[in-house]
Design a protein around this ligand. Structure first.
Ligand code: SF4
Length: 340
């Protein structure tokens, strides 16, 4: 028997933003990426592209959706139907972003023009360095000069159409291979020249100990330089993706509801393209996960059950296998949906 759960009025609240993965395929082999290690492909994510027909139907069926984030695991710009997706979203007044990061190595002229012409809102481009040598240490297979050329081409279209869209962000992950201060300074200067905002992010790499921490803090504006120090000092996890279960649920390219961008091995057992987003968000496992994360119910068999220990239905609740829920549970740092 699966999980049964009573629905409350607030479970009917629908989000205006959605994260809809456009591609789980990528041409690079970034050092820590689960795609490179094929972990995601073996799990729930699988390899594929969001189809235009699914995108169109999704928008037509869900008029309350005003914003769609297209990036997460793979490279958005490899999706062969991207220009159609961008054009259709614009015609239906749905704004698009790729804020979780793109590598921007391969972008056709047609797509570059569509990004500007149809006012794609915002793109974060992952560039950890200001030279091919530094950049390619992490973004294996990437071409720094090609990325910069693509940005320049995009800027030419922005000039032609006299548009500020898409707004461009340079995402610089601070790690052993990219912590050289002269590279950071060069990246900041180049970002300015390219009319991009630059922001620095903490690496997933455990045990990163920065050289020259004081200078790095001054140059990057980061308060802490690795995730461990962040959590120790703030008593919270870096990047709160759990709240997306409420305000920006994450849907895989093939319609399966994954809930948040951190999920790669399980899913909630429902497909949005088949049963609709309203039903998917009210499905028992999904609601159960929200109750867990907001501390309304406690999982009695915690610590985490294994999929083979006979638990019923829990296999379909990714949070139960997630280290982030473990932290939340142990530290009682539950999510308060009213504050989102
Ligand atoms: S606990 Fe893990 S799987 Fe669940 S929402 Fe948070 S990050 Fe995602």
């Amino acid at each position: 028997m699966g999980i049964r759960i009573k629905l409350f009025k607030k479970d009917n609240i629908l989000p205006s933003s959605i994260d809809l993965e456009s591609s789980t395929i990528c041409q690079l082999k970034c050092r820590l990426c689960g795609l490179r290690k094929k972990i995601y492909y073996r799990g729930s994510v699988g390899a594929g592209f969001l189809k235009f027909e699914h995108f169109k139907e999704f928008i037509n069926r869900n008029r309350f959706i005003k914003h769609i984030e297209l990036s997460n695991n793979g490279e958005v710009f490899l999706n062969p139907e991207l220009s159609k997706i961008i054009k259709y979203a614009y015609s239906e007044k749905v704004s698009l972003t790729a804020e979780y990061g793109v590598n921007f190595n391969t972008v056709s002229d047609e797509v570059l023009e569509a990004l500007v012409k149809y006012k794609f809102e915002k793109i974060s481009i992952a560039i950890d360095g200001a030279s091919q040598e530094t950049y390619s240490k992490y973004r294996i297979g990437g071409d720094f000069n090609r990325v910069i050329d693509n940005i320049r081409k995009l800027n030419t279209y922005k000039k032609k159409y006299e548009s500020v869209y898409p707004k461009l962000w340079w995402q610089y992950v601070l790690m052993q291979s990219s912590e050289d201060v002269s590279e950071i300074k060069k990246a900041k200067d180049l970002a300015k020249e390219l009319n991009m905002s630059i922001f620095f992010k903490l690496t997933y790499e455990k045990g990163y100990i920065p050289n020259n921490p004081d200078i790095l803090i001054a140059e990057t504006g980061l308060k802490y330089l690795n995730r461990e120090t962040f959590t120790k000092n703030t008593k919270s996890l870096y990047a709160n993706m759990c709240q997306s279960l409420w305000n920006k649920p994450y849907i895989n390219w093939d319609g399966r509801l994954l809930g948040c961008c951190y999920v790669s091995q399980n899913d909630f057992g429902v497909n949005v393209f088949e049963i609709g987003i309203e039903n998917a968000l009210k499905s028992a496992n999904y609601v159960y996960a929200k109750r867990l994360l907001s501390g309304k119910i406690a999982y009695k068999d915690y610590p985490i059950p294994s999929p083979t220990n006979g638990c019923k239905g829990q296999k379909r609740i990714p949070c139960l296998y997630c280290i982030r829920y473990k932290y939340i549970f142990e530290n009682k740092s539950f999510i308060n949906p009213k504050k989102l």
